[in-house]
Each structure stands twice: as C-alpha cells, then as structure tokens.
Design a protein around this ligand. Sequence first.
Ligand code: GLP
Length: 270
Amino acid sequence: METIWGINESMIQDNYDKMCKWAANYIIAKINAHKEDRPFILGLPTGSSPIGVYKELVRANKAGEVSFANVVTFNMDEYLGLPKDHDQSYWYFMHDNLFNHLVDMKPENINILNGMTDNPEEECANYEKKIASYGGIDLFMGGIGVDGHLAFNEPYTSLASRTGVRDLTTDTRIVNSRFFGNDPEKVPAQALSVGIGTVTDSKEVLVLISGHNKARALAATVEGAVSQKWTCSALQMHNGAIIACDEEACGELTVDTYKYFLDIEKKERI
Ligand code: GLP
C-alpha cells in the first residue's frame, strides 16, 4: 500500500500495550509465513519501546505460536566500552528481556555488536558482511529517540550511513541517563550502531513510536522533509516501512494526517 507520505502504513493503536501487541503479531505472522530454506533475518532494537513487544513474543513462543529455531537476529547498536555483563549493555538487555526466555532461540544465531572490541572499525565492517552473507535483513524493528534518532544515528548522521562508531549527543546522554543513576556522565559517550543505510536496506522496517515525548519525532518522520536532521525521516524513502504508534505519540500530527491514517487502517485497530 502506497501513501502520499511514502510511509507504507502507520498503525495507530489506543495505547502502548495495544501497539506492542500489534507489532508482535506482525512479527509472528512474518516469521510463520517464512518458508524459504534460509533463516528469517530479524533486526532488533533496545530501549523502553520494544519491551512490551518482547514480552508478547516470549508469551507466544512459550505457547508454541511461533518458533525462533530458524530466526537469526541482528541488534541495532551497543554502547562502546560496556562489557556484556554490565546491566546497561544492550547485550544484557536483549538477553534479560528476550533471548533468555525464548525456548528455541539458538545462541549462535544472535548477533550483537561487541562494545568491548579493540578494533571498532573491523567489528562494524564484519557486522555488515555478516548481514550481507545472509542475504540481508527481512524485517528490522526499531524505536526512535526523542530527537528522531534511529539506532544511534543522531541528527546529521548521513542517511546513507553504514554500521560504525557514533558519538552520542549530550541530549541523548541526558535522556538515557535515567538508566545510569540519572548521571549523563555515566552514559558512554560513544556507541557502535548500524547505519541508516543498513536499516533501510532491509526488506521491511517496523518502527515503534509511543508516548507524548515522541510526538515531534513522529510528525517529523511522517510529515517533515526527508532530512538528516531527523534521521527517522529516511523511512519515507523506503518501500516497506511501517510505523506502529499509540495515540499519545500522535499529538503533533496535523488533523488531516491523523484522520488519513485512521481511515486507511481502521480495520486493523485492535
Ligand atoms: C536508545 C537506542 C535507540 C532507541 C532509543 C529510544 O538511544 N539506541 O535504538 O530507539 O534509545 O529508546 P526508548 O524506546 O527507551 O525511548
């Protein structure tokens, strides 16, 4: 389905829980429909936004509704300098919130950038090669920051960027300091991250946008110009991008945009 904004679909749900349920159902349906010999390649984010999706994926996996035995995952990013066992590393987050609870996820199928690498450039180049070796990513789920960053691609990162080292902005370190004792100085200053080009090379991209604090970012993603100021706006150039959002995140959309998406997607509201 094409829209005049280029975002193929935007699922507006009543609240965070329903947004997560819808997104999880979408992922489950895609995995179950995957009949090729090669594994299903799933890109995954961290942050608060996907937690409800992971809970639902775990529930469905335990209930036998979806198997991860033929799923290979690639995570979006990792803080540079945090060891795996640090409770704020994204390795730790992913195992704590998802991988440790799936009954048939194979550890060798989990790919997360190594934040303790002594050769970040090589680590990132190898990550790109590994994604390519599988034939690319089938579905990349993402979240966005309040400044519209996708993975750790802060404002003014090239929309053609590939996996690499990223400097985090002061704003992002302040926002993420809620996980580091509210001290922005404790938030690592750099991260390894897939690029915007890495994400948009995926066959499909599903981005979760929830809450009032993401309202400006959602409007920039859907209604704004394609611009490296809002790296999430690159989704407008993708032919398989879906935004799953909740009512709260819609606060900065024009009434016309809001009504448009409600109109075309009302059948799928849960
Ligand atoms: C971090 C991550 C992003 C994530 C963003 C938003 O900066 N690197 O990948 O999308 O936070 O997180 P949240 O979902 O907690 O708002």
